[in-house]
Ligand binder design. Structure first.
Ligand code: GCW
Length: 718
């Protein structure tokens, strides 16, 4: 038959299907602006677009206005009518300086509370009618307000009641890309680096703009382009010109660029014999490097530095302290308004001290020695982005040094891209933890946002999960983690549930399954903890790539890269004794926390084996012995994934086929891998426990030997 026929059929099918012409491939993220299917709401939103007063005197305002037009058109099906001013507007947006209407309304608006980035979305009478107002002190604030307004519309929010004032709680809300100049992303599971260094600065992918837009929509205001395992070459002139091109794209979106500074750069690209921070030639080199950077990028944000950690060079190579190293860089960029984010993720080859204690031991004595434009950037927990860790003891221990929170968005230790693990519960758990730094109720969040110690600077960084994959993050649900990081950096008091529900509605629409998806997301992190590392276990993953279980790992080149270092399972029991009788890590916490965690009876059971080595027959609070409880926990983790898969399968008629199928396949992979984790870990621990699996639990599959023989040389991200 005629081979052209199928093509014409396909074409007309595409034309007829209207908005369904484009497959839902995830590229649009949470900014889909799909048609609102509730007629009443769509009509109300359409009405808002009748006369929009929105003057645009800057690129930022042009972007904000275009976003409003795009959003309203998408959601209501009709294009709003926009001009600098209408006599009787339905919606007004702007600043008191730029918009006559806002100026007129401003005596009644709490603009003084908004600072440089906050905004108001409210209803005010204007020219005899109730008008929706988006107001801010700055153009960036207006842009944030517009993004928020459109997000609320995607939630089906009733704007007739709108009375919203938002101000970010942290000043700096940054993504940290662990992207190499080769485009390989360390711990990246979403393709290559989106920075195509070779084609920069001449060729600019549209994706760079889309990236800026997505970040701005959730309030992210800075991006560190390069890996903390740094390459000095990014500081050479040709690369700085490439960075300049990206900075120009990001600027109108309120996003500054930052780079990682390799401490040995003066030697590697500067031709100096040393990088000693106290050497005058080294200091002069960094001063002139800073001047060069700021001549190209006047609003350059500053440097992130990983020094004397995992083989990276640093001041200690020259017998100098972290403070001396950080201050040398800080001095070079202070005249230009830049900052230094000096990472506290240090642990030494030589030091026999418990790895969980080393950052505190190193940095606590340096409190007060850093220049005012230095942050110490601290991971959420003291080891390394594990599925569950206690909060890092430095939070609450450095009253004179602003601490920046570092979360990981990419899921290095949480199953990579194929496991559905929603991270807001993890972020919230850390942020909500009580440090007791100022008595009960001094949360990590209040330390980080600067309120408790009256820090002059505050910030949160998230290690990005973004790459060249069409869906940006390697999986549809991983987009929720990027979204959640941004939302919580903006407002850490938001609940994980709220953030999930916002994201679901924007991503999948106002479908009946919103609650079911929210439930899956909310249980997913605990599920991963249970099938990987329950009861405070940690660092049981494969060597190097960190893929899959390897509790047997005991031959890595450093003791603290071995799983056995962390679980210490033997015939007498399991767990790392960090009580005062053991490594004493509990002593790094404020007294009430230290006392509670030092005693297995009062230590939260979800951290039990983080802090204690206990007999296999130790009695848990529910009366089970430890071995049995471990078996139940692993089993519960697998069951939760089964439940998540079933839940998703029940949503087939509510989700577009492309995304439905992708997610289902990934959940099937997650289930297989959860079963693998459970069997491999329990078979391994059973050798020491010498106890049977409790009756009624499903049998373990496979043999320990075959699990131990598996190799994954090319697992991603390493
Ligand atoms: O979690 C570990 C990772 C390393 C990473 C390091 C760090 C960038 O396995 O890949 O290096 O942390 O945070 O510096």
């Amino acid at each position: 038959m005629n081979h052209l026929l199928p093509i014409s059929i396909i074409l007309s099918a595409l034309l007829l299907s209207g908005s369904r012409v484009y497959a839902e491939d995830g590229y649009q993220l949470w900014l889909r602006y799909a048609p609102i299917e509730t007629p009443r709401l769509a009509a109300a939103y359409r009405q808002l677009g009748t006369q929009v007063s929105f003057p645009t005197s800057s690129e930022t305002l042009r972007i904000a206005q275009a976003e409003l037009v795009r959003g309203l058109t998408g959601m209501t099906g009709s294009r709003p009518v926009v001009a600098a001013a209408f006599a009787t507007p339905t919606l007004v947006a702007g600043t008191p300086d730029g918009s006559g209407a806002i100026r007129q309304l401003s005596p009644g608006l709490p603009l003084e509370k908004l600072g440089k980035e906050g905004f108001i979305i409210t209803i005010r009478p204007l020219a005899g009618r109730q008008t929706l107002v988006v107001a801010a002190n700055t153009d960036i604030g207006v842009m944030y307000g517009v993004f928020r307004l459109l997000m609320l519309m995607q939630q089906g929010y009733d704007l007739t009641q709108a009375n919203i004032t938002e101000v970010p709680r942290c000043q700096l809300r940054l993504l940290n890309h662990w992207d190499n100049l080769t485009r390989y992303v360390e711990r990246g599971y979403a393709g290559q680096s989106i920075w195509d260094w070779h084609k920069l600065p001449d060729y600019l992918y549209p994706r760079y703009t889309d990236y800026a837009r997505a970040n701005a929509s959730i309030g992210i205001n800075g991006t560190v382009l390069t890996n903390v395992n740094a390459n000095a070459e990014v500081l050479t002139t040709p690369y700085l010109q490439k960075v300049q091109a990206l900075a120009a794209i990001f600027r109108p979106y309120g996003i500054k660029v930052y780079l990682t500074a390799r401490f040995s750069a003066p030697v590697e690209i500067g031709g100096l014999p040393t990088a000693d921070p106290l050497d005058p030639a080294v200091r002069a080199w960094w001063h002139s490097k800073a001047a060069e950077i700021y001549a190209l990028i006047p609003d350059f944000g500053g440097f992130v530095v990983k020094a004397n950690s995992e083989g990276q060079p640093g001041p200690q190579n020259y017998g100098r302290s972290h403070a001396e190293g950080a201050n040398m860089l800080a001095e070079a960029i202070a005249p230009h308004g830049g900052i230094v984010m000096w990472r506290a993720f240090v642990y030494s080859h030589e030091a026999p001290e418990d790895r969980a204690k080393q950052a505190y031991s190193e940095f606590k004595p340096l409190d007060g020695q850093f220049l005012p434009n230095v942050f110490v950037q601290v991971k959420n927990g003291p080891v390394d982005f594990q599925p569950r860790e206690p909060f890092h003891p430095l939070f609450g221990a450095m009253p004179r040094t602003p601490l920046m929170m570092e979360f990981q968005i990419t899921k290095e230790y949480l199953g990579f891209a194929t496991h559905l693990v929603y991270l807001a519960p993890l972020y919230r758990e850390t942020l909500g933890a009580d440090t007791y730094a100022g008595g009960p109720g001094t949360t990590v969040a209040e330390i980080v946002d600067g309120t408790f110690h009256a820090y002059k600077m505050s910030g949160m960084a998230g290690v990005s999960n973004i790459g060249t994959d069409r869906n940006w993050c390697g999986s549809h649900f991983d987009q929720a983690n990027w979204y959640a990081f941004g939302r919580l950096a903006w407002d850490h008091s938001l609940s994980a549930e709220t953030v999930a529900s916002e994201w679901i509605k924007a991503t999948f629409g106002l479908i009946p399954g919103v609650n079911a998806i929210q439930r899956m997301m909310m249980m997913s992190r605990e599920a991963a903890v249970q099938y990987m590392t329950p009861l405070g276990l940690h660092h049981l993953m494969g060597w190097g790539h960190h893929y899959g279980p390897a509790p047997w790992l005991n031959h890595a080149e450093r003791p603290d890269w071995n799983s056995t270092y962390y679980h210490k399972a033997d015939s007498a029991g399991i767990g790392f004794d960090r009580s005062p009788a053991g490594s004493g890590a509990t002593d790094q916490y404020h007294a009430p926390v230290a006392a509670r965690w030092a005693d297995p009876r009062t230590c939260p059971e979800n951290l039990l084996l983080w802090f204690h080595h206990l007999d296999w027959t130790y009695r848990m609070q529910n009366g089970r012995m430890l071995w049995d409880e471990l078996c139940y926990q692993y089993s519960q983790g697998v069951d939760s994934v089964r439940f998540m898969l079933q839940t998703w399968e029940g949503l087939e008629d509510q989700i577009d086929p492309e995304r439905f199928a992708d997610v289902r396949t990934f959940l099937q992979i997650q289930l297989q891998e959860a079963i693998w984790w459970r069997s491999a870990c329990l078979l391994y621990f059973q050798q020491y426990a010498r106890l049977p699996l409790p009756a009624g639990l499903e049998p373990l599959t496979g043999t320990l030997e075959t699990y131990q023989q598996q190799r994954f040389r090319y697992a991603p991200g390493n």
